[in-house]
Design a protein around this ligand. Sequence first.
Ligand SMILES: Cc1cc2nc3c(=O)[nH]c(=O)nc-3n(C[C@H](O)[C@H](O)[C@H](O)COP(=O)(O)O)c2cc1C
Length: 306
Amino acid sequence: MDGVARPQAVSHVDVASYRDAVGRFPTGVTVLTARHGGRQHGMTANSFTSVSLDPVLVLACVARSARLHELIVAAGEWGVSVLAADAAGVSAEFASRGKGLGEALAGVPHHPGPYTGAALLDDALATFECRTVEVYGGGDHTILLGEVPDEYLLNYLTAANQAQPALRDLATYLENRIPGPDVTPDQLRERSWWRGPELFVIVDDYELVAASGRGPLLPLVEFLPQSRDIGLHLIIARSSGGASRAMYEPVIQRVRELGSPGLVMSASKDEGVLLGDVKCAPQPPGRGNLVRRRVPTSLVQTAWCG
Ligand SMILES: Cc1cc2nc3c(=O)[nH]c(=O)nc-3n(C[C@H](O)[C@H](O)[C@H](O)COP(=O)(O)O)c2cc1C
């Protein structure tokens, strides 16, 4: 049982004629994907439809007999890759019952969606990631209504145990942006070997995040030296209390070694020197020293609303 309500329907329609007639209705074709419990799978589907713009809702119908059904219902989130007109071969691969779970995916270039981790095909015309908001019974199919989250907010995480898997997924996604040996100097200069959004990871109260002892930001450390090239921006804010002791925590240490810009705001003199040669001192609200590599440190006033 999958917990999906199924209304009974009595049909007097000849199924073969119905299939023939409905097959004359041209539609786009997508590959739906889901990942759950370490397993992932993809399935060709033409039932994908855009439903609403505010909020952004889409739907897809998945046969209860399809192997994706269990994964997509259990995962509660899924990926959609819209196939191009010349992708009939890909459509056939993902509609072939003879293949093992996830086997079609293994043969097609794809990357994990940064939000759901569900596979998204590299050659898709468009991709979506959805979170299931409603599940309806639809005869031998299940109708999934999915909300497409705000495209600019991948995630808002309030606890370390949420942050860990999300940042691991982000790290997996970023691996696709690391330039391979076939990337040309021109592509490197123009940053044109990858496509996609600039990614901003903003961490507030970092002392609480780091104190969790789980180091949720650690998966990002290896990408920091190339962050400019791969469109990764890491912004960390922390309280000044105890900051001098925290300067050797691995993420902060790496950020400092790379000469990233930093703003030292009001702090007790006891914290000593945190960045550059700035000695900590109490400051008026919003005032701080902006420390940058190869540029003299300057006293700046940030916006402040009392
Ligand atoms: C063009 C096309 C569109 C399809 N659309 C759907 C669909 O919307 N929903 C669905 O459950 N199956 C759809 N199917 C059938 C599944 O892709 C097919 O049964 C697949 O083998 C099921 O996955 P499984 O073999 O992993 O169980 C479609 C097949 C094709 C070729």
